[in-house]
Design a protein around this ligand. Sequence first.
Ligand SMILES: *Cc1c(COP(=O)(O)O)cnc(C)c1O
Length: 361
Amino acid sequence: MTSKLVDQLINDNLVPLKPYESARRLFSGGQDWLNANESPFANPYDVDSGNFNRYPSCQPGNVINAYAAYAGVDKSQLIVTRGADEGIELLIRTFCTPGEDSVLICPPTYGMYAISAETCNVGIKRVPLKNDFSLDVDGICATGNVNVVFICAPNNPTGTQVDRADLTRVLEHFANSALVVVDEAYIEFDADNSWAAQLAQYPNLVILRTLSKAFALAGLRCGFTLASEDIIQALLKVIAPYPIPEPVAQIVAQALNPDNIERMRQQVTFLNDQRDALQQALAQRPGVELVGDAKANFILFRHAQSAQIMQYLVSQGMLIRDQSKQMNLQHCLRVTVGSAEQNQRLLSFLDTYFEQAGASS
Ligand SMILES: *Cc1c(COP(=O)(O)O)cnc(C)c1O
């Protein structure tokens, strides 16, 4: 029961919203977490409590310098945030006036662009991906009056990369009217396709990055927004004074040292190999149709019995993500590539399911 006072005071745009159904909120039990595109690796770090009595730096210098070096940009071209999710919200809060302006998204895609827009009372214009999940560039360019365009590359949950000529057309079309945000949350799994080197060429280009996926630090909540210095300066007006807790800054600085970047790259190589093997194995299961591509650390597939498969896997503590409610993804499930043991376990659960389903039909 909501109180009368809350009903009376809550912002109108929030009334229809529900809390985001993150992978974590949907299921609390389970032993195999293949539903949030997390890394299976839990790498060790040290923390020094010597400064915990002090407020942290807003933009810790060692974190900024280390990520700038890693991404190949100048330190004036990035801001560190509480996950890439905070970067999405900062962009909307900084560049969209509530009740007036709109963002453009291309579904099926990552859910937080729409959620942040809704909570900020900013409009959403949707130009769905084409049947092969490529950008509908003509549709995008025909959409007037948006301030921010979100493009996820590789795209979650389709695993598809975005054609560079298509994205170039979008950047050029909006050169004088909107920011084009390329969400590179999974770029380490498709390392040749980053747009970071194009920042100088396109003043309206913004790139989102995170330590939650390839860097195996989802629990830390740390992401980066890369853009021209004037965009970064605008975001710095809006970000909280102490967004990055001191223990987080310490761990991030360690994660970005050369040895640990090398460790991350080895883990990515391992996961990409696992992904290719898992994808082949899935394709051989009865009724499984691979959907999209697999340029990140997850695989999307369609099956007529997706709901029953999902239910069976959950009953076995194997959690994957139901994507069937997303536009054009009816009967689709997404699995994160896990450890070798987890991927094997997923396949054996599926085999047991298919045996039982085959026996009962
Ligand atoms: C996971 C993910 C994010 C969020 O990253 P955080 O840094 O954990 O907030 C952003 N974009 C996409 C496409 C993602 O899949």
